[in-house]
Design a protein around this ligand. Structure first.
Ligand SMILES: [Zn+2]
Length: 62
């Protein structure tokens, strides 16, 4: 099985891998600093989103 630590969480969620790896997934989103502009998912690492944006930047732009 593909390690979700190295995958885009946007894709992981669509394939249903989240359910099988919910504790790993939780660890990856716990300290989320990035949000996906395309689908709204969050992650601690921007490498794990298809269209990442820094949450702090977005709040500052408000
Ligand atoms: Zn996405």
């Amino acid at each position: 099985m593909k390690k979700i630590e190295k995958a885009k969480l946007c894709k992981v969620a669509k394939t249903g891998l989240t359910k099988k790896n919910i504790s790993s997934y939780a660890a990856l989103v716990k300290d989320a600093s990035f949000v996906c502009k395309s689908c709204g998912r969050t992650a601690a690492s921007k490498k794990q989103l298809c269209s990442p944006k820094a949450i702090d930047d977005l709040i500052a732009e408000k």
